[in-house]
Design a protein around this ligand. Structure first.
Ligand SMILES: Cc1cc2nc3c(=O)[nH]c(=O)nc-3n(C[C@H](O)[C@H](O)[C@H](O)COP(=O)(O)OP(=O)(O)OC[C@H]3O[C@@H](n4cnc5c(N)ncnc54)[C@H](O)[C@@H]3O)c2cc1C
Length: 491
């Protein structure tokens, strides 16, 4: 697997598509464009792939995209296969109770099941494939700091060669070149302790630069929705023998205080345990509180664990006002376009579901096989799906885990109060009402019925674009193959 430890090529001054951010979705987008022969440049501010504890649960609909890109088998080799989800109630010792278990496997073979794999592992696989593509180049240590759109000349077909001029700040030493001027400029900048900046002209710019997207801000696109005001999440990577206590490879722990996600990251015994805290705790306070949370979450004695990493983060429910700046050549995907709380594992999954269709549409537009309006259709459909499916499903996952509406809720996360009103949350949490206790209990019972398990598995396919949304501009065999990766009722 590749990471950024080799010498980099000099930064180009011109490219067909500039993708910003070598997270999993930027790397995936660049790979699909390169597969179509598009000249693509991927820039990343950091010096290497981010290895902090983040996504590891992939839903089958995202895996269908990896199959189509030809990298699924390699990801599978590094994964915990066949995700099986269990629900438990938190508690001390024997108070912990099993609620329900559901496999993600569905229907005929070969059908995709959910799998667990650290996002840094998937990103490195994607980058190793991208590095072999002749039309692609990857540049770590390049931070985008400016974006300006330029009108171009009209060509013979009545099209304008619009361009986006992007300013990059170099955050790593640049490779030596024979180009004396460049070496001199760099040496002078280093002497004056200045940051070296260069510019690159791109026919298209894709912001895959995460939740704080510079591209989104530069394009003036609003990020609508809210940030959960009364909680933060703590993600820990930990070694503990969960399987000895019948925990399956994905587990939801239900509790208003000690709710958690427990999932197996790899086959070496590393697990993710994520839980909630009050906002603004210091690292020392988080470490001091951790054993108390673990006591309620970990089965068995809950003591002989080995912590590998701990990090905290703020959950959001936000969506960009558009994923394509109107009449421009600036596009947004994944976290740059939308954020949801990670209970249920929908963030990266929906990012991959943005990127696959967008890269296919953009390739068709650049190669003049399809109209630019495809990208507006893509943007509208992805936004609608986010508001109607991703946002609702992820809030509901959080509510069920925290028993919102009827649980103790000591942090008042689900209160329909002034804070919720000010944040514009009321509409989104309106269903957190006392009668949800009965509904949740009925749901737990219902999940024991195979037909209901099938319905729950199929819901996740509603996050994906219809397989034939741009069938007029694709090979019918490709569309058929894509359909066959889905359960029959979702084709
Ligand atoms: C604890 C946790 C657990 C999660 N679990 C899951 C899960 O199980 N399943 C799931 O589907 N999702 C999950 N998510 C969400 C998932 O991690 C994100 O949705 C995913 O990382 C999005 O990928 P991305 O490529 O859009 O952005 P990122 O991974 O954030 O990558 C963006 C990249 O852009 C770079 N960048 C930023 N600004 C610039 C700039 N100006 N110039 C150049 N480069 C720049 C950054 O350095 C970064 O490398 C989880 C998130 C967290 C925090």
């Amino acid at each position: 697997m590749a990471s950024n430890n080799g010498a980099q090529a000099p930064t180009p001054t011109q490219t067909q598509v500039l993708v910003v951010g070598a997270g999993p979705v930027g790397a995936f987008t660049a790979l699909l464009l390169a597969h179509s022969g598009i000249q693509v440049t991927l820039v990343e501010a950091n010096s290497d792939v981010d290895s902090s504890p983040r996504a590891m649960a992939f839903q089958p609909c995202a895996l269908a995209e990896l199959v189509e890109a030809g990298i699924y088998d390699e990801v599978l080799e590094h994964s915990v296969r066949d995700a099986v989800i269990s629900w438990w109630r938190a508690g001390l010792g024997a108070e912990k109770k099993h609620v329900a278990t559901i496999a993600t496997k569905e229907g005929r073979e070969p059908f995709l099941t959910g799998l667990n794999c650290a996002q840094s592992v998937v990103t490195k696989i994607l980058l190793s494939h991208l590095a072999k593509e002749p039309s692609a180049s990857i540049h770590f240590g390049h931070r985008v700091v400016g974006v300006v759109e330029k009108e171009g000349e009209e060509d013979g077909d009545g099209d304008t060669n619009r361009q986006v001029v992007v300013t990059l700040e170099h955050t790593l030493p640049q490779p030596k070149t024979n180009h004396l001027d460049e070496v001199e400029v760099e040496a002078q900048a280093a002497e004056k302790n200045q940051t070296l900046q260069t510019q690159i002209r791109a026919s298209w710019l894709v912001g895959a630069d995460g939740g704080r997207s510079t591209v989104r801000t530069a394009a003036g696109i609003a990020f609508e929705g809210f940030t959960w005001p009364k909680e933060e999440f703590v993600a820990t990577n930990v070694y503990y023998p969960f399987e000895q206590y019948q925990y399956t490879n994905r587990n939801f722990i239900i509790d208003p205080v000690h709710w958690a996600i427990v999932a197996k990251i790899n086959n070496d015994g590393l697990w993710r345990v994520a839980y909630g805290t009050t906002p603004n705790l210091t690292d020392a306070q988080i470490h001091a509180e951790l054993p108390q949370h673990y006591k309620y979450i970990l089965p068995g004695p809950g003591t002989d664990y080995r912590l590998e990493r701990v990090s905290k983060y703020r959950p959001h429910q936000r969506c960009a006002a558009t994923f394509r700046k109107p009449n421009s050549r600036i596009l947004l995907v994944a976290d740059a376009a939308h954020l949801n709380n990670p209970i249920g594992g929908l963030g990266l999954t929906t990012g991959i579901l943005d990127a696959g269709p967008m890269a296919r549409a953009l390739s068709a537009v650049i190669q003049r096989r399809g109209p630019e309006s495809l990208l507006d259709t893509w943007s509208d459909l992805r936004r609608r799906t986010w508001w109607e499916q991703t946002n609702r499903q992820s809030i509901e996952f959080e509510r069920i885990a925290q028993q919102g509406g009827y649980g103790l809720d000591p942090s008042h996360i689900w209160d329909h109060d002034e804070v919720a009103r000010e944040r514009g949350m009321l509409h989104h949490i309106a269903h957190a009402t006392p009668d949800m206790r009965e509904k949740d209990e009925a749901l737990n019972e219902a999940l024991k019925v195979p037909e209901n398990q099938r319905a729950a598995r199929r819901r996740v396919w509603a996050l994906a674009m219809p397989p034939d949304w741009m069938a007029d501009f694709e090979d019918s065999a490709v569309v058929d193959r894509r359909r066959k990766l889905r359960p029959e009722s979702c084709q």
